[in-house]
Each structure stands twice: as structure tokens, then as C-alpha cells.
Design a protein around this ligand. Sequence first.
Ligand code: HEM
Length: 536
Amino acid sequence: MSTQGMVEELLELSPRNVLLGALTVLVAYHLWLLIQKWFDTESPPGPLPWPIVGNAPQLGNTPHLSFARMAQKYGDVFQIKLGNRPVVVLNGDAIKQALVKKGVDFAGRPNFISFQFVSNGKSMAFGDYNEWWKVHRRVAHSTVRAFSTGNINTKRAFENHAISEMKELIQIFLSKTAEEKYFVPHEYLVISVANIMSAVCFGSRYSYDDIEFQQVVGRNDKFTQTVGAGSIVDVMPWLTYFPNPVKTLFEQFRDLNKEFNEFIMNKVLEHRKSIEPGIIRDMTDAFIQALDKGISGTVGVVLGKDYVSPTIGDIFGASQDTLSTASQWVILTILRHPQLQKALQDEVDQVVPRTRLPTVEDQARLPYVMAFIYEVMRYTSFIPVTIPHSTTADTSINGYRIPKNTVVFVNQWSSNHDPKKWTRPEEFDPLRFLDEDGALDKDQASNVLIFSVGKRRCIGEELSKMQLFLFTAMLVHQCEFKADPEFPISMECSYGLTLKPKPFRVACSLRDSLDLLDSVVRLPFHSQADQEEESN
Ligand code: HEM
């Protein structure tokens, strides 16, 4: 055949030729990328991306594990592409190098489409790093402390909310065991955690049958599926233009944010109707009183009354899925290792007599309980990758150049399972957190990476540790848990911002009587002014 004939045949739009053409473009594109990468020694290394989707298909159902595998090949700092967007993934020691040593450079949040829906775009947690964010974070952090770990009185007030709620939870557990023998605890843990934070934030709690509350707090898993690192809609927003599962999930995300924002705004409105000057009943009152006056930052920056709802929304929202997921892992771990349940009970029994319930003051004398909690956090790494970050300036890490506005994923899981840092990281062993005298090894505990580090470090860390301590100590002091022998215990989980265990079934029985729990009386809500007076 003549050359002209061949060209004519190729130009014919037959299926074979279209396929051939597409393959040629694909191969050429890959070669082009390969050549680019070869000469670009300044950018982090990483796998070659595909056109349109980038490396998204390589993340699979467990992106944190895929990232850890890629880190073995490319090093602690590598780069992938999601859709068309370059993403730098930080693993192991590179995390502290970036987030602590170059804190400001890595403190941004990407301009993701999903983030705009959280608190109508006024969220501190999902907002970018700037002067407004600094004031916002300062007021949120100090208020969380003032209602939880600030001093012994605030700790006691928080403890009272937590213990009153644990009483309800244990009663539900007992009645479900009586009805069903083995039951799935998930939804009760969600409501229980939400009620503790509702008491702190709004001064009220909800019944376990309240449908409205169940809806507002029970769909957090949809929220965390969308904002978790590797969520597709943010890097391929064109997927929202035609029907597909990503679009459906995104629409659910938009609707649940709308519903959640309305719930919070109604709470704030109710508070505004009954608030009295100088009296602070709960966190919402505290934010109203502070923000209505305006809180100033650098010149020209004043955070005003329109930030009340977003701030309380950030705190109430951020605490739900995190603490309820942590509680699920605590119970699942106890079921998986019955000998640990016994060890926990033995320690608590030595310190807390059967005539009273555990208190916050017991925490220092219960190192094994704390070691267990740290090991649950390390082993499960149930927030495997933080909320996505972005760079606020052109910067570098481990010698690689990273331009301003690059999306950054922080793989906490990789640090918690790094064999250089942990002996046999794949084993669950609370003893790794105790020193030879049996005291909590604080240095080792501080190596657990689950609340992140640097400028974006979680503001609920201390509150969460106190809450998880009270939860674990109370449960083992009062109850005995058994797994359903017909369902093998699985540590399998579903991925999102939080890793959630697959539903499991449990039976709960009392170790003694209900007398101690019956004696728990909910304290009247303290005003912050009272608390400050008492502590002086
Ligand atoms: C076990 C429970 C919890 C865990 C493991 C956890 C973990 C985290 C993580 C990993 C982040 C993202 C940090 C980053 O992007 O680098 C975060 C942010 C945040 N957390 Fe938590 N959290 C927990 C509970 C709470 C609670 C109870 C509150 C509220 C009192 C809270 C409030 C926040 C807020 C407001 C942010 C955003 C901080 C910012 O962007 O500056 N968290 N948390």
C-alpha cells in the first residue's frame, strides 16, 4: 500500500482507528510526563498519573494504606495527582518537619468545593489560614478549655455531663441486651457523645428516640466520607454535572450541611431570646456574649456576631464523629481482647472502690487505662489522614520544592505504624506506653499522631482524652462486655475522615447493681462567672 493509502486508511473514523488514536495519545502523554519527571528533580517523586483521573484509582478503599505503600517506594514525601490537581502526601517523620518546623507554610486549607458548604463557608476548621482564622481559632480554643479542661471546676462540670450521659447509655445497653441478647451499639454511642457535647454547647440533651436529633447527628458518616482526604468530588468537580454515585453523595453532603447549619442557627436564636447579661449558661451563651461585642485581631480584623453559629457548629460538629468513632473502637477492642477487659477492670478496681464511680481525678492513678486509650488511638489511627492542608507560600520539604496553594495530605497512620518508631507496630499492646515503674510514658504517648500537630492541631484534644478516659473507666468499672459468638470480630473498617469499624454485636451486663448509677444526679448548669469565682 502507498503512504498516501495508509494515511487515508488511518484517517477513516473506524472504531479500530479511534482506539489506535486514543492509545497513541495516551502513550505520548505518558512519555511526556515521564520525560518531565526525569528532568524535574526538584518536585517530589511519585507514581505516573493517568489523564483525567490522575492517581485516584490507585488509592483504593484504604487510601492511607496505599499512601504508606507508596511511601516505601518513593519516600516520606511524594506527589500524586488527583484529577488534575497535584497533591503532596506527607508520611512518617516528614509530617513534623512540615507541620511544626514550617508550620505557617503548611497551615492552609485548599479551596475545595465541599469546604464552602461547612458553616456556609465561615468554618474555622475548613477555612484558610489568615488573620481572621487566627482570631477565630483563639476564641474557639479558649472557650473549649473554659468548658472542659480549664481548671478543676470546669473539669468537674464536664465530668458531670459525661457521667450523667454514661448512666443513660449503660441503661440502654442493659435494656437492649435484655431484648436482643446481642445488639449493635453504634447509634447509641453516637447519641451519647452528641448529648454530652449538646449539654456543654447548648445546655440541653435529647432523648434516644428523638428523630430530629437522630437525623442531625446520625448522618455524620456522610459528612466525613466527603471531607476525608482522597474524596473525589473536590478534585473532579465536573462529576457533579451528570448523574453518578459521586454526585449523589455530594448532594447528600450539601443537604446535611444545610440541615446541620439550620439546627445550629435555631439553637443560637433560642439562646438569644433567653440570654441575660452577665449569665453564661453554656458555650453558646459564651460565644454570643464575646462575639456580639466583637473580638479584634490585627488591624481591621474584628470577628462579630455572624461568627457565633459557625464557631459553635465547628465545635459541636468536630466532636461528634471523632468521639463516637473512638468509643466504638474502645468497645470493639475490649471484645477482641477479653484479657484486656480484665486487666482494665483490675486496675480500676484497685483505685476506685465499689462505693463510688471513677472521676477525672482518678486519671493520674490509672496509667493502664490511659495506655490502653493511647494504644487504641495508635493502633486504629481512626483519623488516618487529617483534614486536607494546603501550602500558604512557596516552600520546600526534604529538599523538594512545593509551590504555594499545593494540596497536602498528612498520613497520620504512617507515623503510628512506622517500624522505626514502634516495636511490632502491627500488634495491639498497651504496655508499650508504660515505663518500668508502671507509670504512663508521656514521651511515648506524645508520639501517637491522631490529633495532628502544628498550627491546625485539634483544639479538642484535651477534652477528648478526658472524655475517653471517663468513658473507658466508667464502662469497665460498671459493666462486663461479651462479643456475639456467631459474628467473628473484625477490625475491618470503612474509610473517610474517620475510619469506622464495621457494625459489631455486643452483650452488656452489670458487674454489681444499678445503685451507684442511680445515685448520679445531673448538676444544675454552672455559669462561667460562677466557675471563675470558685477557682479564684
Ligand atoms: C478523639 C477525638 C478527636 C480526634 C482524634 C480529633 C482529631 C482532629 C484532627 C486530626 C484534626 C485535623 C487537624 C489538621 O487538619 O491537621 C482536627 C481538627 C479539629 N478538631 Fe478535632 N479531634 C477530636 C475531637 C475533637 C473535639 C471533641 C473537638 C471540639 C471540642 C474538636 C475540634 C476540632 C476543630 C475545631 C478542628 C479544626 C482545627 C483547625 O483547623 O485549626 N475535635 N481534629
